[in-house]
Design a protein around this ligand. Structure first.
Ligand SMILES: NC(=O)c1ccc[n+]([C@@H]2O[C@H](COP(=O)([O-])OP(=O)(O)OC[C@H]3O[C@@H](n4cnc5c(N)ncnc54)[C@H](OP(=O)(O)O)[C@@H]3O)[C@@H](O)[C@H]2O)c1
Length: 232
């Protein structure tokens, strides 16, 4: 979708693992006095439509969750300096909705709005990666389809909500939401899907640009439908 020009400034996550994306973010901080919008689109999945390998789970979690989170946190000072209401849109997936989680204690953890923290979300991700390493991940009620990708989006959805709450309670004028484009014909789906990337990019851009009075925060949009946190 980046190629369809939903994004102009591709300063974000770099191909290398780890913190390699931070230097471009710091460059952006030097060259811009403020930022008013960030769309986090970059993500990977190494599965075919009908396979479910977790061989690349670490890369998937690092790119889709940690990359997005660390870049967002690095750029927050620029959003704080924006004179306008600023917005962060995380491109996510319904594969990471709570109804895909079959483990009740994991669901409870993610649903407990008061108690959920970034630390708990990261602990969940570490637990998943440890289970992938010791080969027990299949026994713990994680999402069934594209499990590593789904866990990365589960974590991203939960982080979005926690961040939205943190910013709101700090009186910051930054709105942060998730958008699931649905099954879209891109490289990730090997060209399969119900929608074109152009359609989805148009809608995503409109969502990102909603006037402040119409722009919620901490909301997961499944295509056009806002879903409450409790339904994530
Ligand atoms: N397609 C769907 O059905 C669907 C459904 C739900 C959600 N989504 C979400 O929509 C977003 C876009 O996915 P897509 O379908 O357009 O997939 P895609 O065609 O595979 O595009 C993924 C994009 O992410 C970039 N990227 C991946 N890893 C990166 C890294 N480490 N550093 C920098 N850029 C990186 C890729 O850059 P390069 O081109 O340079 O490799 C590419 O532009 C993703 O967040 C995905 O999870 C897609």
């Amino acid at each position: 979708m980046r190629k369809r020009k939903l994004f102009h400034d591709h300063a974000g996550v770099k191909k290398q693992e780890g913190m390699a994306f931070l230097p471009p973010a710091l460059e952006l901080m030097k060259s811009h006095s403020c930022l008013s919008m960030q769309v986090n689109n970059a993500a990977v999945s190494f599965n075919e439509i009908d396979t479910n390998s977790v061989e690349h789970a670490e890369t998937v979690l690092n790119t889709n969750f940690y990359g997005t989170k660390l870049l967002t946190e690095a750029l927050l000072p620029l959003f704080r300096r924006s004179p306008a209401t600023s917005r962060i849109l995380n491109i996510s997936s319904q594969l990471g909705l709570l109804n895909k989680v079959r483990n009740p204690s994991l669901r409870r953890l993610l649903l407990d709005e008061e108690a959920l923290t970034e630390g708990k979300i990261e602990a969940m991700v570490s637990q998943f990666l440890a289970q992938v390493k010791d080969g027990t991940w299949g026994e713990h009620g994680w999402p069934k389809v594209w499990t590593d990708y789904a866990v990365s989006k589960l974590a991203l959805n939960a982080y979005t909500r926690v961040l939205a709450q943190r910013l709101q309670s700090g009186g910051e004028r930054v709105r942060v939401n998730c958008f699931c484009p649905g099954f879209t014909r891109t490289d990730m789906t090997k060209g399969w899907g119900k929608r074109t990337a152009e359609e989805v990019a148009d809608f995503g851009a409109r969502l990102a640009l909603l006037p402040p009075g119409e722009l919620p925060t901490g909301t997961f949009f499944k295509w056009r439908t806002p879903q409450l946190y409790s339904k994530l």
